[in-house]
Design a protein around this ligand. Structure first.
Ligand code: AMP
Length: 194
């Protein structure tokens, strides 16, 4: 994969199990080795910091998109390649997606879930057409997959919507999952609403 950019959603927690931090750091390394620029929230804490550390250690490019208020409270990561300061969280999410060819979600808290759900929702509406890869470290996302199955089973979503995302277990599988994601087009608007 050459000169691509991936938007990474991940947790800011320093207190999560170190297995999640290690997966984020390894993903950073893997993306850098595959010439994929990391676009992320620009923080230094938790999985976000580990992701940036891994990518930079392999000579990769890391772009952080961070709202002004977080810069003021010194949450911005000073070590990354480029920092884009934006007005608010809405602008951050929009820019992170617009600056990327694919999105990847790692385990995280409410912020990560919000970002992942927004990507899925925008793809369902044909506003975002790229791959969505979920790195399911330690089966973290199983409860979410059960809920999404329920959305489809109870006819709040169509079974075709389950094709919007790909699930992988290991960071090493992410580049291939991005490359082989099923194509998605604005035709999805025909079944966006049931
Ligand atoms: P969470 O998954 O709840 O930890 O949220 C991760 C998201 O929350 C990030 O993408 C940011 O939007 C935001 N966030 C929360 N804390 C921080 C922090 N210390 N530095 C940067 N971003 C943060």
């Amino acid at each position: 994969m050459v000169n691509r950019k991936a938007c990474i959603y991940c947790g800011s927690s320093r207190q999560c199990d170190p297995v999640y931090l290690a997966a984020a750091e390894q993903l950073g390394r893997v993306l850098a080795r595959n010439n994929v620029t990391v676009v992320y929230g620009g923080g230094a804490a938790g999985s976000m910091g580990s992701l940036a550390k891994g990518a930079l250690a392999e000579g990769g490019r890391v772009i952080g998109v961070i709202p002004e208020f977080m810069v003021k409270i010194e949450w911005a990561n000073p070590r990354i390649t480029e920092t884009v300061v934006v007005r608010d969280m809405h602008e951050r999410k929009k820019q992170m997606m617009e600056r990327s060819d694919a999105v990847v979600a790692l385990p995280g808290g409410s912020g990560t879930l919000d970002e992942l759900m927004e990507a899925i929702t925008w793809k369902r509406l044909g506003l975002y057409l790229g791959p969505i890869v979920i790195l399911n470290t330690r089966s973290y996302y199983q409860p979410l997959f059960r809920l999404l199955d329920q959305c489809i089973g109870q006819r709040f979503m169509d079974s075709r919507h389950a094709r919007m995302w790909t699930v992988v277990q290991e960071p090493e599988e992410v580049p291939q999952a991005i490359e082989t994601a099923e194509p998605w087009s604005e035709d999805c608007r025909k079944f966006a609403a049931l």
